[in-house]
Design a protein. Sequence first.
Length: 157
Amino acid sequence: MLLKKLNPAVSKYWLIVLAGLMWSLVGIMLCRLAYIWLAAVNWSFGLSLGLLGIISALAAYRYGFSKIARKNIVRLCLLPDKCCIFAFQAWKSYLIVIFMIMLGIALRSLPIPKHFLAVIYATIGGALFLSSFHFYLRIYRVKILKQSCLPYKDNKR
């Protein structure tokens, strides 16, 4: 009974919003760091590295992150109407997040020039930010257009 009272339960639609916000904010944070690092170098070199980051972000979005976002949306839609607020992310994903944070700390402490790290940060940040719009689109379709929560009829896309 005590665990039930301590469980911060919210609607699964709020979980989808929270997941989208988290993906957006982390993506913006990573892109901001990349911008700061690229602004410190020669503008033509920074521009070329920035374009490489943008192109890489589009590829990462298309071939990886958008699929992960859609799978996460399906998982969230299959949850009960009220569930723990921390369910916006699968439990194994928390381990991946911890690993990624540790990897970022390790990369920044290595003697790699920050403007080269900026390409990696722009790639991941841009892909996260673009993928976050899948969550917002799902909420729009469910709440405004009154469609089913499940994004796809066959759930394979």
